[in-house]
Design a protein around this ligand. Sequence first.
Ligand SMILES: Cc1cc2nc3c(=O)[nH]c(=O)nc-3n(C[C@H](O)[C@H](O)[C@H](O)COP(=O)(O)O)c2cc1C
Length: 220
Amino acid sequence: MSDKLLILVGSPRRNGNTAALADAVRKGALTGGSDVTLRYLDDHISAFLRDCRQCRGPDGECAIDDRYRSLFFDDFLPARGVIFCTPIYWYGVSAQLKAFFDRSFCYYAASYPGSQDALAAMARKRLGLVLASEETYPGVALGIIHQIQEFSRYTNSDFVGVVRGAGNSRGEVRRDPTNPVGNAQRFGRDIFSRAYSDYRLETPRSPRVWPESGLTSSSS
Ligand SMILES: Cc1cc2nc3c(=O)[nH]c(=O)nc-3n(C[C@H](O)[C@H](O)[C@H](O)COP(=O)(O)O)c2cc1C
């Protein structure tokens, strides 16, 4: 069975730079044989997290009447990999993507009847990040990278990589000479096979990172 990959797009611009990179991830993932779903967060999230104690229904369900629940249960929880795609807004993720993380609280909080199952399914995913921004300097992405790293640590997931592209007008990211579109496509293709390491003192390891014969497999 193919690995399920979910691509979440946090930009409101359907023909913008984040969308172009997300589509490249999707194309790459299809060539890699993944079972891919791409969702625009705007189609699923119409409100921020509220006070769950005030707004949760008697059955424990979130009372906000939008499509977040199906996104979380049908797409996010079953996925083995998730790639978060967002424009950089004020040196952070877009409000759409932040709301995606915040709204999950309703289902993993102890007050939700199925919270243990939700927590178990949130864990141990392969996670990736794709960013579009106007500025090119490395620092512009650091806060977001840190946030996803902490989310990965908290959920015992593997944060396997980041693709960044620069552009401002719609689709301009395609002209970025660092080739983020190609990088995004390779990232989608390799998300489940890409080497990932995060050592501790006691981690057993080989003195070499790459096998002698495997050097070029992910560079094409
Ligand atoms: C509200 C807002 C805030 C932004 N903040 C930043 C920023 O802090 N740094 C930056 O490099 N670009 C910033 N930008 C520019 C966008 O990141 C850039 O135009 C990006 O390519 C937009 O992606 P999209 O085409 O997917 O919407 C901002 C744009 C908007 C609309």
